[in-house]
Design a protein around this ligand. Structure first.
Ligand code: NAP
Length: 285
């Protein structure tokens, strides 16, 4: 096989973020300052780092941001009140509920109290229901980022066999539905799936969303397949995050592949920001 085309999430996300700048500027001219609020576990360094990075990128495109820190002494009702306040505040266009919240908080209840109009991460059951029904609404940021990457490289998925490994509500399931919207024929695999490698070998598009470093090996990949690796895993002794696919082996078989890091990750953040700008634009209608 010749070298695969790298689906460059870093470059594509920068382009996407650039395209949001004039839209934010136009909103500000109309008196609307796009704004996203985060609800985040105060004692979780990974969550704090992630929210901080999202806020920096938001600021860069012209979106204001804030955060509500959930400490151990913040109660369920205080978090719910905060969400209710955001739901009612016309200056807030998007709310990010950063998983995981502290264990004393019922995260599902918090999530479900968020109005779909402000669910820019697209993870409430209302947003997922709208996706399932093919209705307009905010799409889940990670699979949306993957779709935007596929569109950026003008890949036509019509009639292609696609497999999504993973069935989480934030990634695998919505990914499968979005591939279906692109007219692919979709298989969803999970931990109980049998003959996974054989199923993968039949796939023109393979999306790995598992959380197991380098689980997908080169001999699972159909020659010429599009390989999308959503995984990022910390592995001792490795200097950067490792994907769910064995990169070198899979790249030797694929026509297109996402690197880790620099593939799906940056597209997730850019998509969250794109949804926030859209929410601000919709607030004018
Ligand atoms: P998750 O909720 O843990 O779901 C993992 C899925 O993988 C489950 O559906 C599970 O099946 C399936 N699975 C586990 N072991 C398997 C196996 N041996 N064979 C086949 N399927 C298996 O994880 P997630 O939140 O969807 O995240 C998945 C990966 O994506 C992680 O590496 C995560 O870090 C990454 N991620 C990346 C981004 C990004 O922005 N780039 C965002 C979110 C997540 P069951 O349902 O049967 O248990």
């Amino acid at each position: 096989m010749s070298e695969p085309i790298i689906l460059d999430g870093k470059l594509s996300s920068r382009e996407l973020r650039e395209s949001l700048k004039p839209r934010c500027a136009a909103l500000r001219e109309k008196g609307v300052v796009p704004r996203i609020e985060a609800i985040v576990a105060a004692q979780d360094p990974a969550s704090l780092a992630y929210v901080n990075m999202k806020q920096k990128q938001a600021e860069w495109v012209g979106i204001e941001s804030g955060a509500f820190m959930v400490t151990e002494d913040v109660s369920q009702s205080e978090v719910m009140d905060k969400v209710a306040q955001y739901n009612a505040d016309p200056r807030v266009h998007g709310v990010l509920i950063q998983h995981p919240l502290p264990s004393h908080i019922d995260e599902d209840a918090v999530l479900e109290s968020l109005g779909a109009a402000k669910d820019v991460d697209g993870i409430t059951s209302a947003s997922l229901g709208r996706l399932t029904a093919g209705l307009p609404g905010f799409r889940c940021a990670t699979p949306l980022g993957i779709i935007k990457l596929i569109e950026r490289y003008e890949l036509d998925l019509t009639g292609k066999n696609a497999i999504v490994i993973g069935r989480s509500n934030i990634l695998g399931k919505p990914m499968a539905l979005m591939l279906l919207e692109k007219n692919a024929t979709v298989t969803i695999a999970h931990s109980r799936t049998q003959n996974l490698a054989d199923l993968c070998r039949n796939a023109d598009v393979l999306v790995a969303a598992v959380g197991r470093p380098e689980m997908v090996r080169g001999d699972w990949v159909k020659p010429g397949a599009i390989v999308i690796d959503a995984g990022y895993n910390k592995v001792e002794g490795r200097s950067h995050d490792v994907g769910d696919c064995h990169y070198e082996e899979c790249a030797a078989k694929a026509s297109h592949i996402t690197p880790v890091p620099g593939g799906v990750g940056p597209m997730t953040v850019a998509s969250l920001l794109a949804n926030t700008v859209e929410a601000a634009e919709l607030s004018l209608l």
